[in-house]
Design a protein around this ligand. Structure first.
Ligand SMILES: [Zn+2]
Length: 97
């Protein structure tokens, strides 16, 4: 599924409810989902990770929608290379490397 279609689907499924909740409380839910993703990454199996990545993406799409940000446009920042050095793969000097 393309990012724009995914964001539209989240808007269709949850947009009205999410707007009623508001940006701050939606962000709180997003961070809760990030915690669940952390548990899936370090203590879960592949099925857990698949579910939690989907949930984090869903909440991220809701936040973007409420903030008036198109996720596909945001992703373009990385579309042609590293936003800092423009290379692919990134050629930036890593801190501590
Ligand atoms: Zn770079």
């Amino acid at each position: 599924m393309e990012l724009a279609a995914f964001q539209q689907q989240m808007r269709t499924l949850y947009g009205e409810r999410d707007r009623e909740r508001g940006l701050a409380r939606t962000f709180a839910w997003f961070t809760e989902e990030c915690g669940e993703l952390s548990r899936a990454l370090f203590r879960g199996d592949h099925t857990d990770r698949l579910r939690e990545f989907g949930d984090v993406l869903a909440w991220l799409a809701s936040l973007a929608d409420q903030a008036g940000v198109d996720l596909a446009s945001a992703a373009e920042r990385y579309g042609t290379g590293c936003p800092r050095c423009a290379a692919a793969p990134c050629a930036c000097v890593r801190p501590g490397a």
